[in-house]
Design a protein around this ligand. Structure first.
Ligand code: SF4
Length: 211
């Protein structure tokens, strides 16, 4: 796909709708942020933040978490789902933080236990301030409906965004599209009737033409 004037108009409108910095998970403590993003997999940010609060209230920091048994971590975070594997990853991340520290490149981040491309990009964007493309469920759904990408497959969308859009807008695009998905473009019932993107949205225009 080419970064055409039509795509530029969509991006311009989107960015103008959400001019302020967007943060879903607090990023003032990098290690805690990473743990919370790991907790959020297949769950919600709200539940992940709650689980992270319980864990850090008990263990305080990476050293404290590294000293816990995995079963103890699991008992505190089980309500977010995938408790056993997340507890395993979180303990391993805590040990890594205490020894070499968390790496600073995408290539190194995805080698860490429990860290996939999405989590690594979240860390790049929110903690390191580097360009990153975060394709989560909201981004995949909304970017396709808006016609910002052609694909519906998350891996293909990730590549398409990187190939189509300049890297200086990747991070803002990721956060803005995600936000729009939470405010208007809900999974089951998108609010097309009141959505400010309606005139520029492929899906929204289709909906209006059959109304
Ligand atoms: S018009 Fe509808 S489908 Fe398009 S972005 Fe808005 S809510 Fe989503």
């Amino acid at each position: 796909m080419k970064y055409t004037s039509t795509l530029k108009a969509k991006i311009y409108k989107l960015f103008s709708l959400y001019p302020d910095p967007i943060e879903f998970i607090p990023a003032d403590d990098p290690f805690r942020f990473l743990v919370t993003v790991v907790l959020s997999a297949s769950s919600t940010d709200e539940r992940a933040i709650k689980a992270s609060t319980i864990l850090f209230d008990r263990a305080h920091d990476a050293r404290g978490i590294a000293e816990l048994d995995e079963s103890e971590i699991e008992s505190m975070i089980a309500f977010v789902g995938l408790g056993r594997s997340k507890a395993h990853s979180i303990k391993a991340l805590a040990e890594k933080e205490c020894t070499d520290g968390i790496p600073k490149t995408l290539e190194e981040l995805v080698k860490l236990p429990g860290i996939g491309e999405k989590t690594a990009n979240c860390y790049l964007v929110s903690v390191l301030g580097q360009p990153g493309v975060i394709v989560d469920t909201h981004f995949a759904r909304v970017s396709h409906r808006l016609g910002l990408v052609k694909s519906e497959d998350r891996n293909a969308i990730y590549k398409e965004v990187k190939d189509t859009y300049p890297d200086n807008i990747w991070s803002r695009l990721s956060m803005t599209v995600n936000k729009h998905g939470r405010v208007f473009c809900l999974a089951r019932k998108p609010k097309c009737g009141i959505c400010p993107m309606k005139e520029l949205c492929d899906y929204g225009r289709k909906v209006s033409s059959v109304e």
